[in-house]
Design a protein around this ligand. Structure first.
Ligand SMILES: Nc1ncnc2c1ncn2[C@@H]1O[C@H](COP(=O)(O)OP(=O)(O)OP(=O)(O)O)[C@@H](O)[C@H]1O
Ligand SMILES: O=P(O)(O)O[C@H]1[C@H](O)[C@@H](O)[C@H](OP(=O)(O)O)[C@@H](OP(=O)(O)O)[C@H]1O
Ligand SMILES: [Mg+2]
Length: 384
């Protein structure tokens, strides 16, 4: 039996019905161990893998809360003293998603979004002041157009992360609540696609979304994202105006969304995340508007079985790397006198790459070819 330590909030466990899944994990050869992250994990281990969603602690730790900081450090310390233990997902990657501005910048780094593809992220800018003229200038420079959505900079953790505003004109600039990200609003006929990623697999779920708007003389609309894009949301913001009902619905292309999932996964070095995509009514292009760490996976059939498969495949690959390392290390000590293999460098789970030994290449012997850094898999998985 493999031992997987987990930490999820009470809300998350309830939503996923996580603790009732212990038999599913057991059938997959995994013993689930609930972590007490208020204490050192040393005596609770050993663990082959740690699965977590600690976004609230991460946000509070960033704000200086000692208890949250200690909890996060307990996980980090275990990972750094047990580099063979896999962390799903790394704090480094999740941090990038917690900050919406970092998140959108990261999207611009993805090859797929950089290229002339049908996938893009709407223009955006970080706003850190209420000063009208400064904001006007920054919006102009970043080519953010009216209407735009103002989103709190912190994307996860508390209910405040989901309180947003649609600003329609210069008068609305008064309503900006810094620190936030302003992102150009794109009409998409009130349909959102959630691309739920589980390692190499992805699953697409359709959700309600905000209706079409134009830049106009109207006052700011405040909303909570939980009221617009959860299953069965229906209200004045999600109900299309009469004229928009006539537009032909667009079916998303699974290949495009699959390529997007792969591209974001490569860039983020994460296994469990969700990408929210809307399709612009006019251009028919795919706009990525949000990425969520370890989302709800609502609507994904057999999510727990797929999750078990992912965790097992990560641990299988890790085992293979460990065996190969041991073989190379034996070989190295046998031939240490010859000096033809250089010292291995060990990386741990917090680097984004899962534990793996990276050997520098010896051009004469070709020893270590299998583990050359530029052939390293993402979190133990090779590129698609
Ligand atoms: N650029 C945009 N253009 C059009 N609509 C948008 C845009 N950005 C956000 N929306 C609408 O606002 C909703 C909430 O936005 P967003 O996904 O960024 O918030 P969130 O709080 O991160 O949501 P989630 O609960 O999915 O994490 C979206 O589901 C969509 O309906
Ligand atoms: O599965 P979808 O519909 O995408 O919804 C997710 C949201 O997108 C996330 O923002 C939620 O995370 P936070 O509660 O940490 O903000 C996340 O909360 P959860 O961790 O409690 O599941 C989900 O509500
Ligand atoms: Mg989100």
């Amino acid at each position: 039996m493999r031992r997987v330590g987990y930490w999820l909030s009470e809300k998350k466990k309830k939503r996923l019905n996580f603790e009732d899944q212990i038999p599913t994990f057991r059938d997959a050869g995994i013993e689930l161990v609930k972590l007490n992250i208020d204490k050192s994990l040393e005596l609770q281990g050993p663990f082959d893998l740690i699965l977590h969603k600690c976004t609230l602690f991460m946000v509070d730790a960033e704000d200086g809360d000692e208890q949250s900081l200690d909890a996060i450090n307990n996980i980090k310390e275990y990972i750094s003293s047990h580099p063979d233990c896999i962390l799903v997902d790394s704090f480094e990657s999740i941090e990038k998603l917690i900050d919406r501005h970092e998140q959108y910048k990261l999207l611009l780094q993805c090859n797929l979004l950089k290229s002339e593809s049908v996938v893009y992220t709407p223009t955006f800018v970080e706003l850190s002041t209420k000063d009208r003229e400064t904001n006007k200038q920054r919006l102009h420079e970043a080519e953010v157009k009216y209407p735009f959505v103002c989103k709190p900079i912190v994307a996860h953790g508390s209910s405040a992360s989901h309180k947003m505003a649609i600003i329609f004109n210069e008068q609305g600039l008064e309503d900006i609540q810094p620190p936030c990200v302003a992102q150009t609003f794109h009409n998409h006929n009130a349909v959102l696609y959630k691309v739920f990623v589980i390692g190499e697999k992805h699953h697409i779920v359709e959700r309600p979304s905000i209706k079409n708007f134009a830049a106009m003389d109207r006052s700011t609309i405040y909303f909570d994202s939980n009221d617009v894009s959860k299953p069965n949301c229906a209200n004045f913001l999600t109900e299309l105006d009469k004229e928009d009902l006539l537009r032909t619905p667009i079916t998303p292309d699974d290949e495009i969304l699959g390529d997007l999932a792969n591209a974001v996964r490569r860039e983020l070095k994460m296994e469990l995340f969700g990408i929210d995509v809307i399709i612009d009514c006019d251009t028919k292009k795919y706009a990525v508007i949000d990425i969520n760490a370890f989302p709800g996976y609502e609507g994904v059939e057999n999510f727990m079985e797929i999750l078990c498969d992912l965790l097992n495949s990560l641990m299988d690959k890790n085992d293979k790397v460990k065996t190969e390392n041991e073989r190379l290390s034996r070989k190295r000590s046998e031939s240490s006198e010859a000096g033809d293999i250089k010292k291995p460098k060990l990386s741990n789970g917090n680097s984004g790459l899962q534990p793996a030994v990276c050997f520098e290449r010896n051009p004469d012997t070709h020893e270590g070819d299998m583990l050359l850094p530029w052939k390293q898999p993402i979190n133990g998985l090779l590129e698609h």
